[in-house]
Design a protein around this ligand. Structure first.
Ligand SMILES: Nc1ncnc2c1ncn2[C@@H]1O[C@H](COP(=O)(O)OP(=O)(O)OP(=O)(O)O)[C@@H](O)[C@H]1O
Ligand SMILES: [Mg+2]
Length: 362
């Protein structure tokens, strides 16, 4: 249904796509993952010709999207797109937003467009908001309207560019659940996303983009559990592990916590688990480890490894230069000890290297 051959896109000063090749069949759900700046958005924008490729071929249902004789509005109708920023028209109601394109571009009557629009709003759970203006909706609701609006054109393929990354974390799942339902109904979709759990659950295939191409592709299991190539392995490792280096001279506790929280949210830890993890780490560092260093500059390397869903979490601390175990030191604070005992169980320690491994129970 989609066939991409040697797609290249050059900007002055950047070549995000150097040689992209793929075949996507009807009913497939492809998630595109990869580091920032690797051309994921550029690829989606080339697919529906919001961008003009420098060279290469894009075929959609046997039509060459790169041929100057191809009528773009006609083929673009087949490729709906949902962006990170919802781009709803603020001066139109929710229903009017959904009705507009079918009336203007497909020549549907107002009555027809309204009937179908209400069905779609029903599908994304927003029929009750039909006559409301977008600024009265939450981000998650606006994005669901944007999905209904894309569906109103009855596209064969839906493209999503990070549909949840502009949303407050509490609203991510309502949008993902709408997309997951579309996947169940057999909609062909290509989704650029940072939501790895979602990508694993809904996708038939994962494309890892890097170095200007689809660097590695495979089933979710292949890519997430057994990535074969070096850059994919590094990327997946970073998703599953949080590494943080603390040095006395440059330590910023709040920056560390921000980074930890981002990681914990990606692992789907809930609010309470995240707070407990913060508390345990804060007490361990400030009440045990930093005092044990005395006036010697700290240099601590933290590593947190999470299994799927956070059911098993391991914390490794490498406290370089520390002569004896900071945990054995008694600073006389029973509450701190109780907190640490509750959340952290020491699995192994090596006082000569200063390495401590804990099992974390939140
Ligand atoms: N219109 C443009 N003009 C010049 N350079 C551009 C343009 N659009 C994108 N680029 C460059 O192309 C590269 C790829 O950008 P793109 O937005 O496709 O990456 P991405 O993988 O979507 O990244 P992110 O994960 O941050 O969204 C970047 O280096 C970017 O600066
Ligand atoms: Mg992007």
């Amino acid at each position: 249904m989609i066939s991409v051959k040697h797609l290249k896109k050059v900007y002055p000063g950047a070549t995000p796509l150097s040689d992209v090749n793929c075949e996507i069949k009807k009913g497939e759900v492809i998630s595109i993952i990869g580091p920032s700046g690797t051309g994921k958005s550029t690829f989606l924008r080339c697919l529906n010709r919001l961008e003009t490729p420098t060279s290469g071929e894009i075929w959609v249902n046997g039509i060459n999207m790169c041929d100057s004789r191809t009528s773009l509005p006609k083929v673009r109708k087949n490729l709906g797109m949902v962006f990170q920023s919802f781009n709803l028209f603020g001066h139109k109601t929710v229903l009017e937003n959904v009705m507009m394109a079918p009336m203007d571009l497909l020549g549907k009557s107002a009555e027809e467009a309204k009937k179908f629009g209400m069905e779609l709003l029903e599908r994304v759970g927003l029929a009750a908001k039909a006559s409301v203006y977008p600024d009265k909706l939450s981000g998650g609701q606006q994005q669901r309207v944007a999905i209904a609006r894309a569906l109103a054109m009855e596209p064969e393929i839906l493209l999503f560019d990070e549909p949840t990354s502009a949303l407050d974390p509490t609203m991510v799942s309502e949008v993902l659940s709408v997309i997951a339902n579309l996947a169940k109904q057999g909609m062909t979709m290509i989704i650029v996303t940072h939501e790895m759990r979602f990508a694993r659950d809904v996708s038939t295939r994962i494309f890892y983009m890097d170095e200007g191409c689809i660097y590695e592709e495979g089933t979710p299991k292949e890519i997430f559990d057994h990535p074969q190539k070096e850059l994919t392995r590094n990327f997946i490792f970073k998703i599953k592990n949080w590494l943080y280096e603390i040095q006395k001279e440059s330590f910023d506790f709040y920056e560390m916590m921000r980074s930890l929280e981002q990681f914990a949210e990606r692992q789907y830890l809930n609010r309470k688990q995240i707070l407990n993890l913060r508390l345990a780490l804060e007490e361990l560092l400030y009440r045990k480890i930093f005092p044990a260093y005395g006036s010697v500059p700290w240099h601590v390397f933290c590593e947190l490894t999470c299994s799927e869903g956070g059911s098993e979490i391991a914390l490794t601390l490498k406290c370089s230069g520390l002569q004896k175990s900071p945990l054995s030191a008694d600073f006389g604070d029973r509450i701190v000890d109780a907190i640490l005992c509750k959340y952290l169980q020491l699995q192994s320690s090596d006082a000569t290297t200063g390495e401590f491994v804990f099992k974390v129970t939140l």
